[in-house]
Design a protein around this ligand. Structure first.
Ligand code: PEP
Length: 256
């Protein structure tokens, strides 16, 4: 597989952090540090910060994403935000199927599929999260599980639409725990995802799709992870909240 055929993407997932003034301060600190990035840089932020961050990134190379969206276009879904609402604001990316949504908010592979299709239909780029729990890894079913999550999430997604999908492999046991998958483990599962894409969409699509690793990636371990042949950048939680750490990860992805 040829890494040069695809774009590395470093995306921050701010989760439920930062008030609007804090969000502005963080983006302003990140901007100069990533101005020469050789990879795509994305900040996925809480809904309440979108307008502030969209304004703050104007004229910079930072793209803005949301952390979720609903699958219906509009209607009686109190507390939800539609993909059209995000697209209309100028948001470019949306994270779908993050393990915290699956664990705490009843997200299933089926609703991940619906949200993915809704986001793509609205013209958003999707960062689709898949990954196994520790028990799945211990039971030796990581590859099958991640392939299944990928397959169900992409049901009904055309080859053309797939060009707007990034897949983030995020082992649940590594998220926010400080336990990182080894570079070999990360690469192995990213390769399984790529092979799944090849079966579904063919070699060209598999060679072209960006597959990130996520799970306690930080300024120290990023270089080894993003240097793996099937790892095209990262989805970053905790370390995306500190400008120098996030910038160091961007720098590692720039070096490749
Ligand atoms: C995430 O939330 O997607 C994530 C990878 O978090 P952390 O980097 O904190 O493990």
């Amino acid at each position: 597989m040829n890494k040069a055929l695809r774009k590395a993407v470093i995306a921050g997932n701010w989760k439920m952090n930062k008030t609007r003034p804090e969000a502005k301060e963080l983006v302003e600190a990140i901007k100069p540090l990533v101005a020469d990035a050789g990879c795509e840089v994305v900040a996925c932020v809480p809904f309440t910060n979108l307008e502030t961050v969209l304004e703050a990134v104007k004229g910079s190379n930072i793209k803005v994403g949301a952390e979720n969206c609903h699958f219906e276009k509009s209607g009686a879904f109190t507390g939800e935000i539609s993909a059209d609402m995000l697209a209309e604001m100028g948001v470019e990316y949306v994270i779908i199927g993050h393990s915290e949504r699956r664990q705490y908010f009843g997200e299933t592979d089926e609703t991940v599929n619906k949200r993915t299709r809704a986001a793509l239909a609205a013209g958003l780029k999707v960062i689709l999260c898949v990954g196994e729990m520790l028990a799945d890894r211990e039971n030796g079913i990581t590859d099958e599980l991640v392939a299944m999550q990928t397959k169900i999430a992409l049901k009904g997604v055309s080859a053309e639409e797939l060009k707007n999908v990034i897949i983030a492999y995020e082992p649940v046991w590594a998220i926010g725990t400080g336990k990182t998958a080894t570079a070999e483990q990360a690469n192995e599962v990213c390769a399984v995802i790529r092979a799944t894409i090849e079966k579904l969409y063919g070699k060209e699509a598999a060679d072209g799709i960006t597959i990130q690793y996520g799970g306690s990636m930080n300024a120290k371990n990023a270089a080894e992870l993003v240097a793996q042949p099937d790892v095209d950048g990262g989805l970053i939680g905790g370390a995306s909240l500190k400008a120098p750490d996030f910038a160091a990860i961007v720098e590692a992805a720039t070096r490749g």
